[in-house]
Write a protein that binds this ligand. Structure first.
Ligand SMILES: C=CC1=C(C)c2cc3[nH]c(cc4nc(cc5[nH]c(cc1n2)c(C)c5CCC(=O)O)C(CCC(=O)O)=C4C)c(C)c3C=C
Ligand code: FE2
Ligand code: FE2
Length: 348
């Protein structure tokens, strides 16, 4: 019996098409109009849309386009790396499961290649099984949930939709923790010693966490597991939250405020890693590697190293292969090799 056509969709947030004010404006309009990202009903929604269209989309695109231009490399790093992750996962699946025909594709929640268009395209091309793998290790209603929303919208308008599964999160997956730990260890072997490892996660408004978003718990769990894997004592690591947007309180402690204070408490050398970002992007390459370096060094810090995202590191691809296999059970016989089974058992 022939197998139904099967696809894996790696999904990340999205970037503008170009580092220009017009393209950034289109991107921010789509992103910041999402009710999952900026919540609020009734009058609050009207107020937000007025502020968004009247102030934010007038002034922010010019500033943000310049920041994108400073990290642009023919394309946005986020999209470039997503495409590289797709190619690396495709190759790894072919090598580990040569009998199974699984095609891997890229998609983004906002901008291009859009998730909705991808789902339509794959359905028309005859894919009947689709595994959607959001590249957010920690679940949040602001990032993972919009992917479920787009899938639901697609299903509502499609008569015979494929069997779609979604990987909800992998914040405590042994191979994720292992990949992060290997990345930190490799970095530390190649660089001078530091006093502290700062684990900086993208923030969300505190109000969303108070209403039940499990994101901060997921972040803290990832940090604890990583610190344990690395054998760090409590004074050797700290969790912080970056990328604050707007006047309301976001998850704390804030990354920039923490980096400003660390030198006066005697911490002069930091390594900083951003575990919530599976690919380097504006928020890591500019905000963390450039802006926050200035903050730390201006406050008296002496050494500041940003440890890159997992991107296409071997540990990341090993994790993606494991997630595909674990979440496609019953679709086909993707037997784990003895090696993979041992790695999962040893890591847990
Ligand atoms: C209310 C606003 C925002 C929430 C909530 C939010 C959550 C959130 N975002 C990411 C991952 C990324 N965010 C990125 C950029 C970015 N984020 C916001 C706002 C919110 N994010 C904005 C406005 C922007 C664009 C840049 C700017 O105008 O400042 C990116 C980078 C995209 C790129 O092209 O490089 C990522 C990735 C997570 C993980 C998260 C909550 C858990
Ligand atoms: Fe964001
Ligand atoms: Fe930012």
């Amino acid at each position: 019996m022939s197998q139904p056509k099967t696809a894996v969709l790696l999904v990340n947030l999205g970037s503008p098409d170009q580092p220009t004010p017009a393209a950034v404006r289109r991107y921010l309009k789509e992103f910041l109009s999402d009710r999952r990202v900026v919540e609020g009903d009734g009058i609050m929604r009207l107020v937000w849309l007025t502020v968004l269209n009247g102030i934010i989309l007038t002034f922010r695109p010019r500033k943000v386009a310049k920041l994108y231009a400073s990290i642009w490399d023919q394309d946005s790093p986020l999209r470039l790396i997503l495409n590289q992750q797709v190619a690396a996962l495709q190759l790894a699946l072919q090598q580990t499961s040569p009998d199974q025909d699984i095609q891997v594709f890229a998609a983004m929640t906002y901008g291009n290649p859009g998730l909705s268009a991808r789902l339509e395209e794959l359905t028309q091309a005859g894919y009947r099984k689709i595994l959607v793998l959001p590249l957010y290790p920690q679940y949040s209603a602001t990032t993972t949930a919009p992917i479920y929303d787009l899938i639901a919208r697609f299903q509502l308008k499609t008569r015979h939709f494929p069997d779609i599964r979604v990987v909800q999160d992998y914040h405590d997956h042994p191979l994720y923790i292992r990949a992060l730990a290997e990345s930190v260890q490799a970095f530390r072997t190649a660089n001078p010693k530091s006093d502290k490892l700062v684990l900086s996660y993208h923030g969300i408004p505190q109000e969303y966490a108070d209403k039940g978003d499990p994101y901060p718990e997921h972040c803290h769990r990832t940090s604890e597991l990583l610190a344990k894997e690395l054998g760090l004592t409590t004074d050797q690591w700290q969790t912080t939250f970056q990328s604050r947007f707007g006047p309301k309180a976001w998850l704390q402690p804030y990354t920039d405020k923490t980096l400003e204070k660390l030198p006066e408490s005697g911490v002069k050398r930091v390594d900083i890693i951003c575990p919530a970002f599976s690919a380097d992007c504006l928020e890591t390459l500019e905000e963390i590697a450039v802006e926050n370096r200035d903050v730390f060094l201006s406050a008296g810090g002496e050494q500041y190293h940003y440890i890159p995202a997992l991107n296409t590191e071997q540990g990341m691809i090993r994790l993606l292969v494991a997630l595909v296999k674990q979440n496609s059970s019953g679709w086909f016989n993707l037997a784990r090799t003895d090696n993979e089974q041992n790695e999962i058992s040893n890591a847990s």
